[in-house]
Design a protein around this ligand. Structure first.
Ligand SMILES: [Zn+2]
Length: 287
């Protein structure tokens, strides 16, 4: 069922579990994520970065593929199609293309400009029935300069953005995109608690879900995180499974070169990763 992320995230926040955002890159990725969600009777958010959208030949191709696949596979669990880290222009393009959820990442703007642009998108999304994720920048405004610690948002700025009427809020709590460095300081639960206290029942989003220890994930969910983004981990498991297939010489046996066979182990690896995340996040059976 193609629906925006509002109801599924409000339910998750109340029920103390989190819905995974699984970023997709192609047909196989999308199919693996949808089939796993259906099998586990779990809601799912499919994330698409602007780069992945371009790779798949445009946001409309993606939206049409996802909607047709929901129909073709008979998917009845809630599925949101969400732009990940969108620019203002990217958000407008996805709204036009038929996405039902967007993230506007205004975290690199001064807070006043972030508020102004987010407010405009709140208005448009309310009119068109989309869910909207906003992001608050770091206290120091650092990008990727700090090693061993991720960005931490100012709780007061989080409240300002949450109060605009966004559906969900991404705020840095020491999390990092991609692989975590050896000396990572861990999630900042004091910051998360402070943000949660000020933003109340607003679903909070944790980016950079790959490589955060399970106990930290559980703690973050207890403190109000209702959506966790998973991207790198599916890429790593897909690559490892594909490497295994080729290194074992299976592409050279019989029709092993057929892409439907060649990509099979990678697809199974994505399914296993999505299943592992849904189990860890408590999403299983929550559709
Ligand atoms: Zn992110």
């Amino acid at each position: 069922m193609y629906e925006n992320a509002k109801a599924m995230l409000e339910k998750a926040k109340k029920g103390h579990y989190a819905v995974p955002q699984i970023n997709i890159n192609n047909l196989e990725w999308t199919k693996a994520a949808l089939q796993t969600a259906q099998e586990l009777n779990a809601p799912i958010i499919l994330g698409v970065s602007e780069g992945a959208g371009k790779y798949m030949t445009g946001f409309k191709t993606v939206a049409d593929m996802v909607k047709a696949m929901i129909d073709g596979l008979g998917i009845t669990v809630p599925v949101a199609l969400h732009l990940d880290h969108g620019t203002y222009e990217g958000c407008l393009a996805c709204i036009d293309a038929g996405f039902n959820s967007i993230m506007f990442d205004g975290s690199h703007y001064p807070i006043a400009e972030n508020i102004e642009k987010t407010r405009e998108l709140v208005r448009i999304c309310a009119e068109k029935g989309l869910s909207l994720e906003a992001e608050v920048g770091s206290i120091g405004g650092e990008e990727d300069g700090v090693i061993g610690a991720g960005e931490v948002a100012d709780p007061k700025e989080c409240k300002q953005i949450a109060d605009l009427g966004v559906t969900m809020l991404a705020a840095g709590i020491g999390n990092i995109h991609g692989k975590y460095p050896e000396n990572w300081a861990g999630l900042d639960f004091d910051a998360l608690d402070a943000i949660q206290q000020l933003t109340g029942d607003k679903p909070l989003v944790l980016h950079g879900g790959t490589g955060i220890p399970d106990d930290m994930i559980a703690h973050a969910i207890r403190l109000g995180v209702s959506k966790i983004n998973v991207n790198t981990e599916c890429q790593l498991t897909f690559a490892a499974a594909t490497r295994g297939y080729i290194e074992a010489g299976k592409d050279l046996q019989g029709k092993g070169f057929d892409p439907r066979k060649l990509l099979g182990p990678g697809v199974e690896a994505i399914k296993a990763t999505v299943k592992e995340k849904m189990t860890l996040f408590g999403t299983v059976g929550k559709a």
